[in-house]
Design a protein around this ligand. Structure first.
Ligand code: ATP
Length: 905
């Protein structure tokens, strides 16, 4: 099937009118009913989901892990010896672990999928004669779609109009050079790459603008036919997780060797019974292997990603979660990220007059005032001409919907439309009188927009230029006055513009030039040739976001430098930076100053300067490089198609979800759902928390495994009766490893998380401190377990009772240490530390029930050889828990004192 067409002639070899007729579409777009009917017929514009591995496969994958292999080998060994209880419990450990891993991984994947869904693309369409942004999935054959630089083409389109439209079709054709598009029909048998009149779904608009009619959606698109491209599924891993997985493999190897040595020592050195020694060695291995570790790492990561999404930071590449925690510099755009992007024209300057505009936002309430009086346009011809120009050189549309005013298009242009309405000019009406012939759309690279118009009654053809004042003034040699044109008084304009920019207003100049009557198209030389007349300059306010001011302060407290890289004027940039608390003491440097600098000079400059104005995407790329060369870990925001290289280069590229182009989003590691700077600060906080929680999980799991293993080794080395039977060790492992440590994945951020300095990205997670803490707590657990066992033995009680007391002491020690582990160095001896985590309290509650069953229920007593305890024993066990907790708190206090200020452990 060829898209919606049933006829044999392919779309690309038919003329646009013919295609529109065949699809029963018009230049006004489809109506609501047509869309509904076609959606029902053709289905949503979505590609079939890539095949996922079935649940059984995913469950079996949980066993694919060296740690588990060792455990399975141990189970086989005990089975051969017909020690069924041990076999059962080892398999229990393995299966429970796999179930937890399976369920949590499933949840994590679902969460990631939901997050990916939040990034689903949108399309700008014309329906019922109005422009509308709709989810790309809702497109149907016959829809009219607008394309502009940075968009991903949302469906297969037959192009109807093109303005310098160039598409990157590499994903379909493998050709990396962007292809020029046009609207003429080509041969029916032309190759995909030669079908110039088509824009294929999934390709990227590299440059220009265009409009096309949808001819194929979903599986009926060219990309839909190439199913192999769709298999891309991100794995749940990051460099850090891989590091830990490698560590896990080494650790298992070491443990197996250690268990072998223990066996050799016990059997040949102490002449124990072969069977007993083997079981001791097996339980040592099982106890020491941190089998819960991989699952907990993944879960912690997934929870972090989910929390970030709740706070509007959508992670596209998982490693960014870690990198965020070590970001030292955030380079951010100004407009829309630090400011509200609700633009209002406040000032209008003509050569002779200065006007104030009242009212805020997009509601056209207010008026234009001159010397305190509302003006009538007839008496202010230059103002009237300026407003007409800014309405014509404009693509925004203001719509009245649901009782409010909504803007479709660029906010800067929207503000101009509103200013026109305030003076009584309707953009549509003006456009009807001066139809547009051609356009060069705005790009932050050159910072202006140009349009060509003619009067509807013929004759007079005009070029309008609107853009950054320096760019516009550079090509003007005259200025418009009430009595005709006169030579441009540049110094005077600059002085007047600086005055309004210093109030934080962004500036936009507008100029015009008469053109030959036969001109139908525009090109850059038309502007570059100069000879334009400056008509007016607008001052537009865009107030800073309150939450951005707070977030900038928060980042600064967290040791992160916030730099503003804006396309705006230097004076405006300084005024806004001052309001936001971004440092301007180092000066405000315009982008062009960077150009002649060598890399070394630039590196020195970026250390001093925090505000860059009139910057282009290329400047951004150089700035990221210079910052990275100076050892900074950089997060960089961007929205346009040209920002993609800087976003890719940054350690964390951050794209805007609302105003960002598809190209920027795809290049970024993180997308802000609300375009708000504050969300970056939140993501950093969550990134730091995830890293903390990964460390906490490791800091918890290693000593608990270590304590169990040391207890067994000590018994064998000392030639004593085993204080813990293999099956009992396994029980402890089963009930603690997968319950207690899991609770740490849910830990909220520590209170001081945004008051410490960024983490050194080079520092290994498995630090000297970690080894110390693991050793220290392992020894405390050994002392408690072994101590209780000896104490019981000395009283001459039955061995079963002595062991049960030892086991419960071990579990109590692990519970106590879980509370310690909620904060790595901060004190846990307070209300928040003891009662602040529901997850911890639930895990402990569950464990108390399990231990009660283990100790008092007859079947488990039979299975594990346990005996009931009395009050005296429980009191002693509880005391041990309290002592262990206190000792670890003491250790933390000592470390805090040693590393006061910045505990780098
Ligand atoms: P930031 O880079 O911080 O988001 P910005 O949005 O002001 O700042 P650009 O969008 O590159 O940066 O705009 C730079 C300048 O180009 C503006 O100060 C303004 O003078 C001009 N400009 C912005 N939008 C338009 C537009 N739609 N048409 C013409 N000129 C524009």
């Amino acid at each position: 099937m060829r898209g919606a067409s049933s006829s044999a002639t392919p779309w690309h070899s038919r003329e646009p009118d013919e295609v529109l007729a065949e699809l029963a579409a018009s230049e006004q777009g489809l109506s609501g009913e047509q869309v509904a009917e076609r959606l029902a017929r053709h289905g949503e514009n979505r590609l079939p989901a890539p095949p996922r591995s079935g649940p059984l496969r995913r469950f079996l994958r949980q066993f694919h892990n060296v740690l588990i292999y060792v455990l399975l080998a141990a189970a086989l060994g005990t089975a051969l010896l017909q020690h069924w209880v041990d076999t059962g419990v080892i398999l229990g450990v393995v299966v429970i672990n796999a179930i937890v891993g399976f369920l949590q991984e499933g949840k994590a994947e679902q969460a990631l999928e939901a997050i990916r869904g939040m990034l689903s693309p949108k399309a700008l369409v014309l329906r019922d004669g109005q422009r509308r942004t709709v989810p790309a999935e809702q497109l149907v054959p016959g829809d009219l779609v607008f394309l502009q630089a940075g968009d991903r083409v949302p469906a297969d389109l037959r192009l109807l109009r093109c303005h310098n439209l160039r598409l990157d079709e590499a994903m379909l054709t493998g050709e990396s050079v962007a292809v020029d598009k046009q609207i003429d029909a080509v041969d029916a048998d032309a190759d995909l790459g030669d079908r110039r009149g088509m824009a294929f779904s999934g390709t990227l608009v590299a440059f220009g603008q265009g409009r096309g009619v949808v001819v194929g959606t979903g599986a009926a698109t060219e990309i839909g036919r190439i199913s192999t491209l769709l298999g891309e599924v991100e794995t749940l891993t990051t460099p850090l997780l891989r590091e830990i997985a490698t560590f896990g493999r080494w650790l298992s190897g070491a443990i197996v060797v250690l268990a072998g040595m223990t066996f050799a020592f016990g059997y040949w050195g102490r002449h124990y019974d072969l069977l007993e020694t083997f079981l001791a060695a097996v339980s040592l291995a099982v106890a020491a292997i941190p089998e819960g570790l991989p699952a907990i790492m993944t879960i912690t990561l997934a929870i972090g990603v989910q929390r970030m999404a709740v706070r509007n930071a959508i992670i596209r590449r998982l490693p960014a979660v870690e990198t965020l925690g070590s970001v030292t510099t955030i380079c951010t755009d100004k407009t829309g990220t630090l400011t509200r992007n609700e633009m209002t024209v406040k000032t209008l300057l003509t050569a002779e007059e200065s006007y104030e505009v009242s009212g805020v936002g997009y509601a056209p309430h207010g008026g234009i005032h001159h010397a305190g009086e509302e003006v009538a346009l007839e008496q202010h011809p230059v103002l009237a001409e300026a407003l007409r120009a800014i309405l014509l050189c404009n693509d925004a549309e203001l719509q009245r919907r649901d009782g409010g005013w909504h803007l479709e298009g660029d906010p800067t242009e929207g503000a101009l439309v509103v200013a026109g309405l305030k003076a009584g000019l309707d953009a549509r009406e003006v456009a009807r009188h001066y139809p547009r012939d051609d356009v060069i759309p705005f790009e932050s690279l050159y910072k202006f927009m140009v349009t060509l118009h003619h009067h509807h009654e013929g004759g007079q053809r005009l070029l309008f230029l609107k853009g950054a004042p320096e760019r516009v003034l550079a090509v003007c040699d005259r200025e418009r006055t009430r009595d005709g044109d006169r030579p441009l008084d540049r110094p005077r304009w600059e002085q007047r513009m600086d005055a309004i920019a210093a109030r934080g207003q962004r500036l936009l100049a507008v100029a015009l030039k008469p053109m030959d009557e036969e001109r139908r198209t525009l090109a850059f030389p038309d502007v570059e040739a100069g000879g334009l007349t400056l008509v007016a300059v607008c001052g537009i306010i865009d107030p800073p976001r309150e939450e951005a001011i707070a977030a900038v302060r928060q980042c600064q407290q967290a040791g992160i430098v916030v730099k503003m890289i804006t396309g705006d004027h230097a004076v405006t940039a300084r005024a806004i930076a001052d309001e936001l608390g971004i440092r301007t003491a180092g000066g405000v440097v315009p982008g062009h100053v960077l150009e002649p600098l060598s890399d070394g000079e630039l590196e020195a400059l970026v250390r001093e300067v925090d505000v860059f104005a009139r910057a282009t995407p290329e400047h951004k790329l150089r700035l990221v490089r210079a910052l990275q060369a100076g050892g900074q870990v950089v997060a960089m925001t961007g929205d346009g198609v040209n920002d993609a290289p800087a976003l890719k280069r940054a350690d964390v590229g951050v794209a805007m979800g609302i105003k960002g182009s598809e190209a920027a989003r795809e290049a970024a590691a993180m997308v802000l759902a609300d375009d708000n700077f504050a969300s970056i600060a939140h993501a950093v906080e969550e990134g730091r928390t995830v890293y903390d929680n990964l460390r906490k999980a490791i800091l918890y799991i290693l000593p608990t495994s270590g304590g169990e293993a040391l207890t067994i080794m000590a018994a064998v080395l000392l030639g004593m009766t085993l204080p813990l039977l293999p099956a009992q060790v396994l029980w402890v492992n089963m009930v603690t490893a997968v319950t207690l440590s899991l609770a740490l994945a849910f830990e909220p951020a520590e209170p001081g998380v945004m008051r410490r300095r960024p983490r050194d990205p080079g520092a290994p997670i498995l630090s000297g401190f970690l080894v110390w803490r693991a050793g220290f707590v392992s020894l405390l657990l050994l002392a408690g377990t072994f101590g209780h066992f000896l104490w019981m033995e000395r009283q001459g009680v039955e061995i079963e009772l002595a062991r049960t007391v030892a086991i419960n002491a071990l579990v109590m020690g692990e519970i106590a240490y879980l509370f310690n582990s909620r904060y790595i160095l901060e004190p846990a001896w307070n209300r928040a530390g003891l009662l602040g985590s529901r997850a911890v309290l639930f895990a402990v509650g569950g464990l108390v029930v399990l231990q009660a069953l283990f100790t008092y229920s007859a079947p488990l007593q039979l299975l594990f050889g346990t005996a009931p305890l009395g009050v005296k024993e429980w009191a002693s066990i509880l005391a041990f828990g309290v002592i262990l907790f206190a000792l670890v708190e003491l250790e933390k206090a000592l470390f805090r004192r040693r590393g006061r200020g910045a505990p780098r452990v």
